[in-house]
Design a protein around this ligand. Structure first.
Ligand code: CAA
Length: 703
């Protein structure tokens, strides 16, 4: 038997104990061990029932994701589950922690399932670009019904044990020791004469509803909501097979569809993202014994949209937060904004009245800096101007207690200069939230030259507490996200001067998978915001670099985007649908004429390469400069803050999958034709020459 699985006999019950830390992922050795343990229990004539438990913090958390993409090694999980389900002695899965993916499928292969009351079960494969490939799409609908099965398989979110019980996924809840509960349940089965009960032979879930109609409705919804995603439609096809085929044939169909997903580039990208999120929490030079400071109370300076959004993040996480504004009127406006945001969530049904009241009670409006004396963390979210930041940080330095963490939400200013306004630059860190802060998952944690290890660890811990994807970045203009966005936005504008319309550029990038096109985004944010950044860039960048002029022309004409009803697009009052701005065409013509450009039709592929590769080239520079720790951190920033399609894995992973040699060849052509902006990043040249990838590159191994 494998070292990861132990088989013990307790009277007439075989107790199978799996132990594969940290999450009991079902890797080959564990599968082998389970297979042998069930076969041994079957062969042992003294055994009348089987109990399966896991050691550690959780039941099986699924297949071993690290094995995907490698040659399969027997026994496969479906083979193991076949043996478990086929066992002639009743078996009980004892679930604690989370039974996810292949883990829940193992449990569904057992004849009975009991779960600790705080456990959760789910089929999250869709988030990895997969479908449940070990019988989940066939067994779950038979137990829980097609509607619930589709909800769980397409949504990927786990359900609480209580709910799993209601839907016949779990038979009974228990409290206390796993083994005791499992053995007691198995003894009861034997006493009551309840024998083998195979999920695959159940039909209850498939009866009494119009399954074809349910499936058609979900199909239409997926086509509308997730265009471009590969696995959801295959999940539906697999469940559909369960409604009309006998188990064995349904399992075969599931396998075919699973393999299609497994071999798709989307699976590779989404698995990359899974590990990227876990990697991001690791900071190479942070001593392992670094302890984050405890954050019991927080404060936010500035009650604009960003400040209020940040305050909501704290309240949502149950952290009491003080919101400071300069005068009572501004404070009341800020508090009203908080109330309005929650009221909208209540109206939409995503928040209960009681939760709203609870969260609002955690937000205390203040106008006096003296009230900040006892807070553990302050986040400054005032106007993006160094003189204003200076005033704020000097005041914070004077009133805050020793050890309080002083964070700035600056999106582009020099954090080291801000830290220098205080006596404790080691307590200063950047917490760059993205708008709307209470919605967007990304948090750039900006590490200043003097930020202490403890404060950096605390900032990452706060990110986790606020349920953000926290990514460490170094200090430079725009940090990672906005520094790359500057390149992307500029190239998009150059495309307008070459001959494209905003509609064409936006459509090409939406077709690529971006959540929004760059011009729709600019109209939403307001063109005046970028204007200040463009001015600053022009002042600091070499004079020979050429800039596009369309945005400035629109600003000069007072066309600032949605807030003025016209920008790159025109908007009817109260309607956000972008319509053609008839005044733009002459502006584009003038911009092209002044630069001596003959306008031409641009191919979609060219539009995508010119914008996306500008991200990649800048990303390579960022990586080499050590502003980001690893390429997957850059990917996370674009996936969670800039609407990059999850199924492409982020710009750096995308470049890796295209092939860095090909990417470099295109960038060289652009360099020759479009000038200095396109100078290839040295790291890109090096990796392309060596046939390597960004993902495989580590700064310390760079050489
Ligand atoms: N395979 C391999 N490694 C896994 C894993 C898996 N299924 N699940 C987690 N891990 C690893 C993580 O990478 C992490 O490793 P490092 O410490 O080296 O970074 C470690 O286990 C701990 O994971 P978390 O940091 O995520 O721990 P957590 O306590 O916050 O969360 C969890 C635990 C809820 C189980 C979470 O890890 C999780 O959601 N895991 C993935 C579950 C999943 O997607 N299962 C489906 C797999 S696909 C499948 O099963 C296909 C099929 O049908 C056959």
């Amino acid at each position: 038997m494998s070292e990861l699985v132990r088989l013990q006999r307790r009277d007439e019950i075989a107790l199978i104990i799996a132990d594969n830390p940290p999450v009991n992922a079902l890797g080959q050795a564990l599968r082998q061990g389970l297979l042998q343990a069930f076969q041994a229990a079957e062969a042992d004539s003294r055994v009348r029932a089987v109990v399966l438990v896991c050691e550690g913090s959780t039941f099986f958390a699924g297949a071993d994701i690290k094995e995907f993409g490698k040659p399969p090694v027997a026994p496969s999980l479906p083979e193991v589950i076949d043996v478990i389900e086929g066992c002639s002695k009743p078996s009980v899965a004892v679930i604690h922690g989370t039974a996810l993916g292949g883990g829940l499928e193992v449990a569904l292969g057992c004849h009975y399932r009991i779960a600790r009351a705080d456990a959760r079960v789910g089929l999250p494969e869709v988030k990895l670009g997969l479908l449940p490939g070990a019988g989940g799409t066939q067994r779950l609908p038979r137990l829980a019904g097609v509607a619930k099965a589709l909800e769980m398989i397409l949504g990927g979110a786990p359900v609480e044990a209580g709910e799993a019980c209601e839907y016949h996924i779990v038979d009974e809840l228990f409290e206390g020791d796993l083994t005791d509960a499992g053995l007691a349940y198995a003894r009861r089965l034997l006493q009551e004469g309840r024998g083998v009960r195979r999920s695959g032979e159940q039909t209850r879930g498939l009866e009494g509803t119009d399954n074809a109609a349910l499936i058609a409705a979900r199909h239409a919804e997926v086509v509308k909501r997730s265009p471009g995603l590969f696995s959801p439609l295959r999940c539906i096809a697999a469940v559909e097979a369960a409604t009309r085929l006998p188990l064995a044939e349904g399992l075969e169909r599931e396998r075919e569809l699973f393999l299609e997903c497994l071999n798709s580039p989307q699976r590779a990208a989404l698995v990359h993202t899974f590990f990227a999120e876990r990697q991001a929490a690791k900071i190479a030079d942070l001593p392992v014994d670094t302890r984050p400071r405890e954050i019991r109370t927080a404060a936010v300076i500035g009650g604009g949209a960003m400040g209020v959004g940040i305050a909501l993040c704290f309240a949502n996480a149950g952290v009491p937060v003080k919101l400071l504004e300069v005068g009572d009127e501004a404070l009341q406006r800020a508090l009203q904004r908080a109330r309005d945001t929650y009221a909208t969530s209540v109206k939409r049904g995503s928040l209960s009245e009681a939760a709203m009241v609870q969260r609002l009670a955690l937000i205390e409006g203040i106008t006096d800096y003296a009230a900040l004396a006892d807070v553990d963390l302050v986040v400054e979210a005032v106007f993006e101007d160094m003189a204003v930041k200076q005033q704020v940080f000097e005041r914070l330095d004077a009133v805050c207690k020793p050890g309080a963490i002083l964070a700035s939400n600056t999106s582009s200013l020099d954090l080291n200069a801000i830290a220098a306004f205080t006596r404790h630059p080691e307590d200063v860190v950047g917490l760059h939230f993205f708008s709307p802060a209470n919605v967007m998952r990304l948090l750039e944690v900006v590490r200043g030259a003097r930020t202490s290890h403890e404060v950096l660890a605390s900032a990452m811990a706060i990110g986790r507490k606020l349920k953000k994807v926290a990514v460490v970045v170094g200090v430079c203009d725009g940090f990672v996200g906005n520094r790359m966005l500057f390149q992307y936005g500029r190239e998009a504008e150059f495309l307008l001067e070459e001959g494209a319309t905003p509609q064409q550029v936006d459509a090409a990038l939406r077709n690529f998978g971006m959540a929004m096109g760059p011009f729709a985004v600019r109209d939403l944010a307001g063109l005046d915001i970028g204007q200040a950044i463009r001015k600053r860039q022009r002042a600091i960048l070499p004079a020979h670099l050429e800039f596009p002029t369309v945005a400035d022309r629109l600003c000069a004409a007072g066309m600032l985007g949605q807030k003025t009803g016209v920008g790159y697009y025109r908007y009817e009052p109260g309607n956000r649908t972008p319509l053609e701005n008839p005044e733009l065409a002459p502006m584009l013509a003038a911009a092209s004429r002044e630069k001596g450009i003959e306008r031409r039709e641009l191919e979609e592929r060219y539009i995508v390469e010119r914008t996306i590769y500008s991200l990649v080239n800048e990303g390579a520079k960022i990586l080499e400069e050590g502003i980001a720790q690893r390429s997957s951190d850059i990917d996370l920033i674009y996936l969670n803050g800039y609407g990059f399609p999850a199924w492409r894995g982020g710009p750096m992973f995308y470049a890796d999958s295209v092939g860095l040699d090909k990417v470099l060849a295109t960038i060289r052509e652009l360099h020759a034709r479009c000038g200095e902006w396109w100078k290839p990043a040295p790291l890109l040249e090096k990796l392309a020459a060596e046939g390597r990838t960004f993902s495989g590159w580590q700064p310390d191994r760079a050489g």
